[in-house]
Design a protein. Structure first.
Length: 380
């Protein structure tokens, strides 16, 4: 993200919402959301994934059918592709070509499944809702301060606009047909709807467990084997009882629950009282801002397999590389082209079988977004 954001956006959080929101354009609201993730909560930005959707059998069953998240061979790439697409949407100016491409590619990848009824429209709305709600919930629970109303409004504005671009219907929400007042109303209504949807649809199912096991394997990928059982305890600790039951996971032991609670509380207090605000130069930046001569981008960090990471001297021999090597994992540039060391092209992100496909649809979607995704308020 280019340094074009006015830092007074976050300072103004003490103002009444009715006054503060009126003084900010939609573009400012979206940049506020990006600041939250890149400056204030980089750990959340790098680790939070939409894992909760895998507690819905209609979603987990499709994922096991396509083998993208139920197969160890494909789950690491699927994890990285999903991360890259979300980062393209969230980490770039909302009216930029990169943000448009990320949204258009995501829409294309889901188009066939939605048309055939394999992806339900309610599941699309629920997934969108979690992208907005989970950061708020995790920040309120684990971070050094809660979000202000302005920041909540920014998140609601961003994801409502993203839902429009992804052609997701809001008809199930009370104001879906008449229109929403602002990002706060959208957040409140989708939160209430998601709660009702989970109570109805988040039920125990073996397919939930299959997908959960593979995503857990991705999350503990960079831990020594001897620590995998502890990692599993932590994954379970981060779930609520409803999600654990749906995924057929056991609750964490009282011992590990106490340890994790102490560690997270200590971290929260340390950040609140002993750490200065994060400067822009130390923001979380997970991808290159400029393309190479072949119009390809690179990830600058890897959390599991090093997909799309350029095999520079630092990436192959730096501290992270040495840790990765010590764990017996591949570093950037290993195994030839397996991990795409030449980077990624946004229109090709996703499963291998979709590479090079969807160019016509992307042009169509891009044209539509240019007409209405202009940085103006999506509520008026």
């Amino acid at each position: 993200m280019t340094d074009t954001t006015d830092n007074t956006i976050l300072v103004s959080q003490g103002s009444p919402l009715s006054e503060a929101v009126k003084t900010l354009t939609s573009q400012h609201k979206l940049l506020t959301y990006m600041l939250c993730l890149l400056l204030a909560w980089p750990v959340l930005a790098s680790t939070l994934r939409n894992r909760r959707t895998y507690g819905i059998p209609t979603i987990s069953t499709l994922l096991t059918k396509t083998s993208q998240f139920s197969n160890p061979v494909t789950s690491l790439k699927r994890y990285t592709d999903t991360s890259a697409l979300v980062q393209e949407m969230v980490g770039n100016n909302p009216t930029s070509k990169r943000a448009f491409l990320g949204l258009a590619r995501t829409r294309f990848l889901h188009r066939g499944y939605r048309a055939s009824g394999q992806i339900l429209e309610e599941d699309m709305l629920y997934t969108l809702g979690l992208f907005a709600l989970q950061p708020i919930r995790f920040i309120d629970r684990f971070e050094w301060r809660s979000l202000s109303e302005m920041e909540r409004c920014a998140i609601g504005t961003f994801w409502k606009s993203a839902g429009d671009a992804l052609d997701i219907s809001y008809d199930p929400l009370p104001s879906g047909k008449s229109g929403f007042r602002d990002g706060i109303q959208w957040i409140e209504e989708i939160d209430e709807w998601c709660e009702e949807y989970e109570a109805r649809c988040m039920v125990p199912h073996v397919k939930n467990r299959e997908v959960a096991d593979q995503t857990t394997a991705v999350l503990v990928y960079m831990l020594p084997t001897v620590m995998h059982s502890v990692g599993l305890q932590f994954v379970s600790f981060m779930m609520d009882e409803r999600l654990r039951r749906a995924m057929l996971y056991d609750p964490p032991t009282p011992f590990w629950s106490t340890i994790f609670s102490i560690l997270l509380t200590t971290r929260k207090l340390f950040l609140r009282h002993l750490m200065p605000p994060r400067p822009h130069i130390l923001r979380y930046q997970s991808f290159t801002e400029e393309p190479d001569e072949f119009e390809r981008y690179f990830l600058t960090k890897w959390e599991a397999a090093p997909y799309y990471v350029k095999p520079t001297l630092w990436n192959r021999w730096g501290p992270t590389a040495w840790l990765t090597w010590a764990l017996g994992r591949p570093v950037p540039g290993d195994e030839g082209d397996k991990y795409s060391p030449a980077g990624y092209s946004i229109p090709d992100l996703g499963p291998k079988r979709f590479e090079g496909k969807g160019r016509k649809e992307l042009e169509e979607f891009m044209g539509q977004m240019k007409d209405y995704r202009t940085g103006k308020c999506p509520f008026h």
